[in-house]
Every structure is written in C-alpha cells, then in structure tokens.
Design a protein around this ligand. Structure first.
Ligand code: ADP
Length: 165
C-alpha cells in the first residue's frame, strides 16, 4: 500500500472512502466530524442512527451521500488521558479497523484525518507515529492511504515520518 500525505479538507477528497474521527454516539460532533456531516447532508445522520454507536478503536461504514467519496468509515479515537490508559493501542486499532472495513467494502483509496488530535487531545507527533506505523504494518488490499493534514505543521509531521523508515 502506498501512503501519502496532503494538506486539505478531507470532505473534498476524491477517494473511495474517507475516515471520520467520530465520537462514540456516531450522531455528529465538532471538528472533522461536523464538517463531514455538513458536507454529506442530513442523510448521513439518518444512516448513522441505526448503527447504535461505536466504541473507541472500532469502525463502521456508511455511504458518503453528497460527498465525493462513496463511503464514510466512522471510527472513534481514544480521548487522551496522559497515555497510560491504552490510548496508543486504541488509536492503532482505529487505523487497523478502518483498513479492515475498507477491505470489506472492496475499496482501493482511503483518506484519513489525524484521528484524536483535535478535541480528543492526543499529542500530534505521537499520533502521527501511530498512524504511519500502523498503516505500514497492517495487511490490506487497499492500494492508497492518504493522510489528510489540516495544517502545515501536521503535514510536515507526516512528511518527516514518511521519508524515513
Ligand atoms: P478528535 O475528536 O478525534 O480529536 P477532531 O475533529 O477534533 O477529532 O480533530 C481531528 C483532526 O482533524 C484534527 O487534527 C483537526 O485539525 C482535523 N480536522 C478538522 N477539520 C478537518 C477537515 N475538514 N479535514 C481534515 N482534517 C480536519
């Protein structure tokens, strides 16, 4: 699988599936979750309701409705509590489970936001390391994982990690 980093708004990504950093209710929230719900339209909330929420580290798909992406893979990152509560393990699980769901959907190109690094407070560099190493280690039929940075600093974190192995 190719892994690349770009800067931009994930709701505009022309890929098969975008990953949403959702909260456990799956009923919408702030940050990237709010942006995805606004761009996808109210059908997205209606599709999330019957899913019955999602626990941290897990992932569930819906259609993308008005988004360019055909699918949204909703995953719930860990809230940062200092690192002693299994946060790294849960964050890795978000990336791994999202790829597994992408395989179930049969898709080839998936875009990821920096899960947990906004409202959930996960330190950005540590989170980027988990993202890149988990994407590198997970066996998948996905051909392209695109890490979508929402700031220049986030983009350079990814680029630094992607240029060394
Ligand atoms: P969490 O609750 O998992 O921390 P947030 O949505 O608060 O989720 O933040 C996750 C990351 O998504 C942050 O790095 C934030 O800057 C970024 N982000 C916010 N809006 C967008 C967007 N439209 N496209 C891509 N990334 C975004």
């Amino acid at each position: 699988m190719e892994i690349e980093a770009v800067m931009g708004d994930i709701t505009q990504e022309q890929v098969d599936a975008i990953v949403n950093a959702a909260n456990s209710s799956l009923l919408g929230g702030g940050g990237v979750d709010g942006a995805i719900h606004r761009a996808a339209g109210p059908e997205l909330l209606a599709a999330c309701r019957p899913l019955g929420g999602c626990s941290a580290g897990q992932a569930k798909p819906t259609p993308g409705f008005r988004l360019p992406a055909r699918w949204v893979i909703h995953t719930v990152g860990p809230v940062w509590h200092g690192g002693g509560g299994g946060e790294a393990h849960l964050l890795a699980s978000c990336y791994r489970r999202s790829l597994e769901v992408a395989d179930e959907l049969g898709v080839q190109r998936v875009a990821f936001p920096a899960i947990s690094t906004g409202i959930y407070g996960y330190p950005k560099e540590a989170a980027a390391r988990v993202a890149v190493s988990t994407l590198r280690e997970t066996p998948t039929r996905v051909k392209l994982a695109r890490l979508v940075a929402f700031s220049p600093d986030q983009l350079s974190l990814y680029q630094d990690l992607l240029t060394v192995r």
